[in-house]
Design a protein around this ligand. Structure first.
Ligand code: HEM
Length: 245
C-alpha cells in the first residue's frame, strides 16, 4: 500500500517533469486567451500566437507579463538562454509600464534589440500590488544567433524559454533604454506554443491596439531613438528584420 503510493508519487513526478509547464488563461481585461507559465516567484508569462505560427518563424506574438510590484524588472529570453537571442524586458513606471526589446552579446548589460519592437496594448499598467504588461512583439520569432545563422521560434512545438528578474528597480524607469542591474534569479521552463495559437489573434490585436501617442505610449526602439552602435555585431546579422518585413 505504502509502496504503491510512493510509486504513484514517483510516476506523477516523472510525468510532470516531462510535461510542458504552461496553462491556458483568459485575461478578462483584454479578452485574450494566453498559454501562460507562472513562475514560483509570482511572475506570469502569457503568450498568444497567430494560428499559422510555425517552425518558419516570422510571426508576431502577443506577450503578457504580470508581476508583483516588488519586482524591479522581469524578462523572457525567447531562445532559452541569456545571450544571442531576443529578450523582452518589462518594468513598472509609476502607474504605467515600459517594455524594452534587448539582446545580450555577453553576460553583461543587454543592448537594445534593434530588430524587434514591443508595442504596448490595452491591459498594461501598474497599481499598488502588481504591474501588467501586454505587448505586440514583432521581430521576436526569428533572429540571428551567435554563429550568424537565422534561428526561428517554432510556433508549432513545445519550446524551452528562460526568464530572469530582479527586485532592484531599473535606473531610469521612464526610458526604454534604461540600464538595469543583474538578476536575482533566472530559470527555464517549457512552453506549449502549439497550444498558444489561435485564429482570434488578429482580432485580439485589433481590439487591444491603443490610440496613437501620447495616450498609446507606443514603445518603439529603433535606430532613430537609440544611437548605440552594436559593437559585436556584423552587418550580416540582420536577417531577423528581413523575416519580419
Ligand atoms: C545587467 C544585466 C545582466 C547581467 C549583468 C547579467 C549577467 C549574467 C551572468 C554573469 C550570468 C552567469 C553566467 C554563467 O556563469 O553561467 C547570467 C546568466 C543568465 N542570465 Fe543574465 N545578466 C543580465 C541580464 C539578463 C536578462 C535581461 C536576462 C533574460 C531576460 C538574463 C538571463 C540569464 C539566464 C537565463 C542566465 C543563465 C545562463 C544562460 O542561460 O546563459 N540575464 N547573467
Amino acid at each position: 500500500m505504502k509502496l504503491s503510493a510512493v510509486a504513484a508519487g514517483i510516476a506523477g513526478l516523472t510525468g510532470s517533469a516531462l510535461a510542458q509547464d504552461s496553462v491556458p488563461v483568459t485575461d478578462a481585461e483584454t479578452g485574450i486567451t494566453f498559454q501562460a507559465f507562472n513562475s514560483a516567484d509570482g511572475v506570469s508569462y502569457g503568450i498568444a500566437l497567430p494560428v499559422n505560427a510555425s517552425a518558419a518563424g516570422g510571426y508576431d506574438i502577443i506577450l503578457q507579463v504580470t508581476a508583483p510590484i516588488e519586482i524591479g524588472w522581469a524578462g523572457i529570453a525567447w531562445g532559452g538562454g541569456m545571450v544571442y537571442n531576443p529578450l523582452s524586458i518589462v518594468w513598472p513606471n509609476g502607474e504605467s509600464v515600459v517594455a524594452s526589446p534587448r539582446m545580450a552579446y555577453g553576460y553583461y548589460q543587454p543592448e537594445i534589440y534593434e530588430d524587434g519592437t514591443l508595442t504596448l496594448l490595452k491591459g498594461s499598467g501598474a497599481n499598488a500590488t502588481h504591474f501588467k504588461v501586454t505587448v505586440l512583439a514583432q521581430g521576436f520569432s526569428s533572429w540571428t544567433d551567435f554563429d550568424g545563422n537565422v534561428a526561428h521560434l517554432d510556433g508549432s512545438a513545445q519550446v524551452r524559454f528562460a526568464y530572469a528578474y530582479s527586485r532592484t528597480p531599473v535606473d531610469d524607469p521612464a526610458s526604454v533604454e534604461s540600464t538595469f542591474s543583474i538578476h536575482d534569479s533566472v530559470g527555464r521552463w517549457v512552453h506549449d506554443l502549439a497550444a498558444a495559437r489561435s485564429a482570434e489573434f488578429p482580432k485580439w490585436v485589433a481590439e487591444n491596439t491603443l490610440p496613437s501617442p501620447p495616450c498609446g505610449r507606443r514603445v518603439v526602439a529603433r535606430e532613430e531613438r537609440h544611437p548605440v552602435v552594436p559593437r559585436l555585431r556584423d552587418s550580416g546579422r540582420r536577417a531577423g528584420a528581413a523575416a519580419r518585413a
